[in-house]
Ligand binder design. Structure first.
Ligand code: ADP
Ligand code: MG
Length: 451
């Protein structure tokens, strides 16, 4: 496959994930990759209107997809069919091991945006992230190997790249070798197939044993591949003895890698094993804020909370939802994303779960019930009726959504969690003693549930 086709396939898969199939097909699906020039991917558009629309998404959706794909392409250029003649057509080559020089093995593969600075630390990944930093600061010294495991989309790959980026930024000469398990296996098979005189076998060995840091992602895919396991076993021992850092990731603990030979399993566990779990709503909020900041996407607090509540599975989906909202906003030409646009953009998520209650629903219902303004309820006013409404909303948010107090505090203009706790406890006890408060709480709860 042509290099441009391969790279476009990669980038466009991220674009596709960020919008509806209809929109994708209408615009991006019509582009044909032509060639790559100066790290820019040239795409041909059949229509001016398609080119115009796609160009309009370059700073948002496209940029985002390029970053995520982690390829070396820095931008796309959309041209019209009649301009295509001005470009040199690409040779029909697939970039094989022979055409690459040694540096390619160690560069380009690291996604520059996967850094420690861009990684949000929370309860779910605290230990993994500290261990990764320690390894990045002192490779081969402290924890060898570092084995990171956890479910899909929780940041294992991000952390591995962050280790690589950190080491490279301190010393450009360091040879960081990051590969997926699939790549490792393919290269191994390739080297066996071409090794009449054992030459390529040697190049495989040299590549894997000359590096300073070896990172292999998703090692569970080594299951049942006995010769590749053997190759890894020897590579591992060699690197380990030479005090070279090894980092591995997997979707499960090494002892659960039952289709991997025992001697390898035990090697995996001789350093440090750390896990990453699902992020709490607080961490999800922090991640969304970080991603919005990186993408220079202006979005209000309630939108961030709305997405964080809606998507509670993994970070990749969380990012996907944010990209969808970004896409919608650029479509609607909105400078700042408001809650209605976000709801519209994510209506599929809401339909699937049928009925999702958000902080907003609760705050809006409370405002309607007491006939007060949203700005007042989340603001600083101390009028008795407003304070009462605010405390009831806080109580209901905690009660109905189980959202942590600090996050509720953030939503209510950065109030301290003790203030939120006070409000919650006050309404909890009044519900038992004051029939009027009890009735108000019940009415508002019913209003929310009926929506
Ligand atoms: P995994 O390898 O565990 O399947 P990835 O590392 O590919 O997951 O992460 C999926 C996406 O989520 C990436 O875009 C990554 O940047 C992002 N991500 C995951 N965890 C975090 C985090 N704690 N902070 C910021 N971004 C994160
Ligand atoms: Mg991964």
């Amino acid at each position: 496959m042509n290099e441009s086709v391969k790279i476009w396939k990669d980038i466009s898969s991220y674009i596709e994930a960020s919008m509806s199939t209809v929109s994708y097909e209408m615009w991006f699906g019509k582009l044909v990759p032509l060639t790559i020039e100066n790290n820019k991917l040239i795409l041909v558009s059949p229509l001016v209107s398609v080119k115009r629309t796609v160009d309009g998404f370059k700073d948002t959706v496209v940029k985002d997809a390029i970053e995520k794909s982690g390829t070396y392409v820095t931008d796309i250029i959309v041209i019209l069919e009649d301009e295509a003649e001005n470009y040199k057509p690409e040779k029909e080559t697939s970039p094989s091991v022979e055409t690459k020089d040694e540096e390619d093995d160690f560069k380009f593969v690291l996604n520059p945006s996967y850094t420690f600075e861009n990684f949000v630390v929370g309860d779910c990944n605290n230990i993994a992230s500290s261990a990764a930093k320690a390894v990045a600061e002192n490779p081969g010294v402290l924890y060898n190997p570092l084995f990171i495991y956890g479910g899909v989309g929780l940041g294992k790959t991000h952390i591995m790249h962050a280790i690589g980026n950190y080491i490279i930024s301190a010393d450009r000469k360091k040879k960081i070798l990051y590969v997926t398990t699939e790549q490792f296996v393919n290269e191994f098979i390739d080297s066996l197939m071409k090794s009449k005189d054992n030459k390529l076998n040697k190049s495989f060995r040299e590549k894997y044993r000359n590096c300073d840091v070896l990172m292999i992602d998703d090692i569970q895919f080594l299951a049942n591949k006995m010769s590749s396991q053997e190759a890894l076993f020897h590579t591992f021992n060699d690197l380990y003895q030479n005090k070279k850092q090894i980092v591995l990731s997997s979707d499960r603990h090494p002892r659960e890698l039952t289709f991997i030979e025992e001697r390898l399993q035990s090697r995996f566990q001789c350093g440090l094993t750390v896990d990453i779990t699902n992020p709490s709503v607080e961490t999800r909020v922090a991640i969304l804020r970080k991603k919005a900041e990186i993408k220079k996407f202006r979005v209000s607090n309630d939108v961030i909370f709305f997405i964080a509540e809606l998507i509670n599975s993994n970070v990749r989906e969380l990012e996907g939802a944010l990209s969808k909202v970004m896409f919608y906003c650029s479509l609607m030409k909105k400078d700042v994303c408001d809650i209605d646009t976000a709801k519209e953009a994510l209506k599929d998520f809401i339909d699937v779960t049928n009925h999702v209650i958000s902080i907003d629903n609760i705050v809006d219902a409370t405002c309607t019930y007491f006939n007060i303004k949203r700005a007042d309820i989340v603001g600083k006013k101390k009028l008795k009726n407003i304070v009462n409404a605010r405390q009831i909303a806080i109580y209901l948010i905690n009660d109905m959504l189980g959202i942590p107090l600090t996050s509720i505090g953030d939503y209510f203009g950065g109030r301290d969690h003790t203030t939120i706790m006070y409000a919650r406890d006050k309404i909890t006890s009044l519900c038992k003693t004051d029939p009027m408060i009890q009735a108000q709480v019940n009415d508002i709860r019913a209003m929310i549930q009926k929506k």
